[in-house]
Write a protein that binds this ligand. Sequence first.
Ligand SMILES: NC(=O)C1=CN([C@@H]2O[C@H](COP(=O)(O)OP(=O)(O)OC[C@H]3O[C@@H](n4cnc5c(N)ncnc54)[C@H](OP(=O)(O)O)[C@@H]3O)[C@@H](O)[C@H]2O)[C@@H](O)CC1
Length: 493
Amino acid sequence: MTPHSYLLTTAQRQQARQRAFASGISATDLLEADGRAAAHELRRRWSARKVTVLCGPSVTGARGFTCARHLAEAGFTVRIAVPGAAESASDPAGELSKFWSIPVETLNSTVIGGADLFVDALAGAGSLPSLLPEIRAALARRPLIALDIPCGVDPDNGAVTFDMKADLTIAFGSKSPGHLLLPGRLHCGEVVVVEGGLSDALAIPTEPATFENIPALWIQQFPWPKAEGHKFNRGHALICGGWPMTGAARLAARACARAGAGITTLAAPSEAMMIYAISLESMIVHPISLPNDFTKLIATSRFSGALIGPGAEADEDTRSRTLELLRTGRPLVIDAGALSAFSDAPEDLYAAICGSCVLTPHDGEFSRLFDTGGDKLIRARRAAARSGAVVVLKGADTVIADPDGRVVINGNAPPTLGTAGAGDVLAGLITGLLSQGMAAFPAACAAVWLHGEAAEAFGPGLIAEDLPEMLPRVLLSLLNMAHPAAALDQGAV
Ligand SMILES: NC(=O)C1=CN([C@@H]2O[C@H](COP(=O)(O)OP(=O)(O)OC[C@H]3O[C@@H](n4cnc5c(N)ncnc54)[C@H](OP(=O)(O)O)[C@@H]3O)[C@@H](O)[C@H]2O)[C@@H](O)CC1
């Protein structure tokens, strides 16, 4: 895992600052570097104009003061406004005030009026109920740039207590979970990370580690086809099909094959045999008629990864098949009906999980199996620790948690992914990667990222069937990132 995708909580940032102080860097040095970097980013985007910087009493407020000075030196007409009495503005760095030449004013309609640009350096100032509606309305009429994170967004979990939306958020050194988790993400606008005063080395956090889902996290482990490979050693995936909802497993099977599985076998209820056989031309469809057909299939098949749940009834049959698959010890994805089949006794599922296993619940399925208290990071982390499986807690801000405590937050999913069958495709993608030997946590992260990229590449009008068909394009750009020379060989420019 690369340090560049670390997401730092407030406590981890404070610890990083303490490490910086212990290494001889002063608070003033850090704030100067952060303020200068923020001003540089603003100057890159806007020419000199009238800007009002709203500074709270926290470290973010101090960054605002420093940024304001750098903007003034660059020719901007700058006003500084603080909530409450101007004379009560604190100086967190202790020494910074000697650099201020701009008068500090009380935040009110007058100081807001006439500005072309606003900088929100209020983070950590609480919910600011004192910001009057007319001030908020004025702020909404001009570009609003937040330092660290918009006022009212909790950096640790994305909870929102105050409705102020930024057009751009400037984060220092790394993002925070609140930049990616909903609803906070919707208040951040574009998020840009600038290099502030804290070096990467100082910012590497103590546990628990949380990351943004970027290819650098897992690209080295991605199972590209090998020159000496053939279909039997590229991964053999077993997909358990349902009836009468056959679409779900068919979508999963297509995604699984597109993710690179050399062979995809579908275990099909005999009533649905023809449907599966006709629509999945390159796949092996294996009929399941008698009660022990499934047992025989998994005893004789050399599958290296399996999926159960899409389109399956949440009943005793599904439950016992899931347990049978778990007993093989081979990599397994448990989704949809196979998760809900354990609603009455989730402990039975936890007890049976061993080896490489991924659970892919949406919020509804999650609530049937796990404790729903706490924010999304807490819920996913606790569920992974409790079950011993990698948990993919789906949503617009999908969180992937490993039982060892690592968590990844995904940020590339467009709203079009909220469509029937998209979850089935994701389950198939994970299965395809698992069956090729990729470990459960990176496989889940990679699949979630590919899923988001495929939807983004397709654009508006997406239905789940489009996702597997977009994968070749997305995989080619991933190959470009991994091995630029190899991608050139395939005609990429
Ligand atoms: N072509 C096919 O064959 C297709 C087959 N499919 C198959 O259908 C099966 C049923 O899947 P399912 O997810 O629709 O139903 P189910 O498990 O009853 O949960 C639904 C309840 O949970 C809640 N809920 C909360 N958050 C939620 C969220 N993010 N997404 C969804 N629900 C959420 C919500 O409760 P509410 O918020 O309404 O109170 C809702 O009422 C499954 O096997 C799947 O593979 C489909 O994939 C489509 C294509």
